[in-house]
Structure formats: structure tokens, C-alpha cells
Design a binder for this molecule. Sequence first.
Ligand code: NAD
Length: 328
Amino acid sequence: MDRLTAETKIKELAKRIERHNRLYYEEDRPEITDQEYDQLMRELIELETRFPELASPDSPTQRVGGEPLPFFEKVVHKTPMLSLGNAFGEADIRDFDRRVRQAVGNQPVRYVAELKIDGLAVSLHYENGMFVRGATRGDGTTGEDITQNLKTIRSIPLKLTRPLTLEVRGEAYMPKAAFEKLNREREERGEPLFANPRNSAAGSLRQLDPKIAASRQLDTFIYSIGELQGETVESHSEGLELLESLGFKVNKERRVFDDIEELLAFIDSWTQKRPSLPYEIDGMVIKVDSYAQQEELGYTAKSPRWAIAYKFPAEEAITILEGIEVSV
Ligand code: NAD
């Protein structure tokens, strides 16, 4: 491909991706599947890699999420809430492992593998053990203050088991059963259906009336510590245990691996078991366990170099919802 064709193609892809970002992140009504979206993004990354001089700093490959909605108070995150690099197969995970080992001077590396919950990222602040503020990721730098809505989720503790001051991050999601019930009710009322549990969770939490969020049976899994005062933790797995002991709901299906082959087999097993879960996952997240190694690896503009999201291939199944066919 010549430079001129690449330039036109890059502009066209960026425009299309920006439109889908708006529909997905700001309006909660995607028009294409996540796999179709990921394919567009992959094409853009490939072209920008081949023609780096054509990659603009405000390209969608360099930015996280979408603009925060104007009718919410804004919350500036103390440390950015980033996205994750993607892996679409075993080869990508092996490449990630190679990059990590090289960056830490071929020291032994331990990984934590977790389910990638398909919801929306939230940040929760606690002062002296009390829940004081909760926000969306927004564009990664600035999120929306959705404290009142988050207070309606039962698994978010309003008071921790100890008076710690900290910020935690996790995923707010809608269980499959709650999503199906909600769409059945909406259909009966002649209201438009939500495309998937992720979008209905995001739509529910970005309502001005907390009664709506309260009626939607949302849930959470907390998966990281953003900031912690007065205590130190050495690794991600230790951090998850601390979070559990403080009263947060942490996903039990996480596992620690010293061996990449065992990690790959674990990921493969979840590709099979995925439909049996009562909530949706769209992949697995692999994280370097040691905080010291995480620091050594650092970040790109958009994501940490110490973690990667493996995305499952699209499920072919069709769910029949009260006579309406919805692709999943
Ligand atoms: P991402 O979904 O690839 O990964 C980052 C997110 O994973 C985090 O922000 C967090 O919310 C979530 N996550 C879930 N479980 C986690 C865990 N255990 N540990 C850490 N993080 C966890 O990146 P993104 O920037 O949030 O979104 C991009 C993706 O969104 C695309 O790949 C696509 O799937 C989807 N998308 C779809 C459309 C569409 O039109 N269909 C548009 C935009 C984005």
C-alpha cells in the first residue's frame, strides 16, 4: 500500500472507530459487535505501525474510552484509569510473556490470570474506612461522579472492616439473569432493548435518578488497588487478598502461575467453561504479580506493559428472548 492510500485509510478508520466509541461509551448503544470493533482497531494499529509518521497523537489507538457525560460532576483520577493491550490468541500471549521477561532481565515472572468481566470500570474512594466517592473511568483522566448510583449496589461496602484510606478499582456489571429480566420488562413496555449486559450496566449507572440503578440488580468484582495509605503490599495477588479481607467482592476464579504453559491451559479451559457463568466475561486478564516488576515494566500512553487482555473469539450462539432473536 502506498503512503497516500494508507493516509486515506487511516483517516477513514479513525473516523469510524470514533463514531463507534461515541455509540458505545457515551450513548450505551453499540451498532457493531466487539469483535468487529476490535478488527477495525487492529487494522488501524497495523497501518500506524507500518506508517508511523501518519499516526496522530489523538488517534483512537492512543486514547482511552469516551468523554464523560456533561450532566455528572467530573472526577479527576489521581492516577489514570487505563485500558489494556489485547491478545487474540496463544501467539500474542507468548509474545507478551517474551516482552515481559526481556524487560525484567530474564528474572522469573509470576502471573495472575483473572476473568475479564464484561461491565464498566469504576473507581471507589474510601476515607478512614468509609465509602466517600465513586466514579466511572470516563476518558481515563476524568470520569463521572456516580457515587449515589454505586451506593445502591449491595456488594460495594459502605464501611470497610478496617478504617483504611484507599482507592480501589473494579468492574460493575449486570448478571445475565438480571439482564434478561430487564429486557423482558422493557419489551412488555414497548421500550428499546439493551444490546448486552455491559451496555445495560453502563446505562443504569449513568442515570441521574439512583432509584433506576437500585432497581437493576447490579453487582461488582473489585480487581485492583489504585492508592493505599498506611500499609504496603508487595504483589497484585496479595492486594487481592487484602481487598477480600476489607469486605470487597473479589472474583474467586483467579489463579497464580509460574509456568506459561499452565497459564495457557487455564485460559483455554475458560474458553470452554465461559457460558456456564452467571455473568458475562469477554476474555481473561493476565497480570505480572510482583509490583516491583510492574514498576519496571511501566506504561504506554494507553495501557500498562505488565498486563494484557486475552479476548475470546465471538460466541456463535443465539439467545431467544421471548421470541426475539438477539445475537450474543
Ligand atoms: P478492554 O475492554 O479491552 O480492557 C480494559 C478493561 O477491562 C478495564 O477498563 C476494565 O474495565 C476491564 N476489566 C474487566 N475485568 C478486569 C480484570 N479482572 N482486571 C482488569 N481489568 C478488567 O478495553 P476498553 O478500553 O475498556 O474497551 C475496549 C473494548 O471495548 C474493545 O476491545 C471492544 O471490545 C469494546 N468496544 C466495543 C465497541 C462497539 O462498538 N462494539 C466500541 C468501543 C469499545
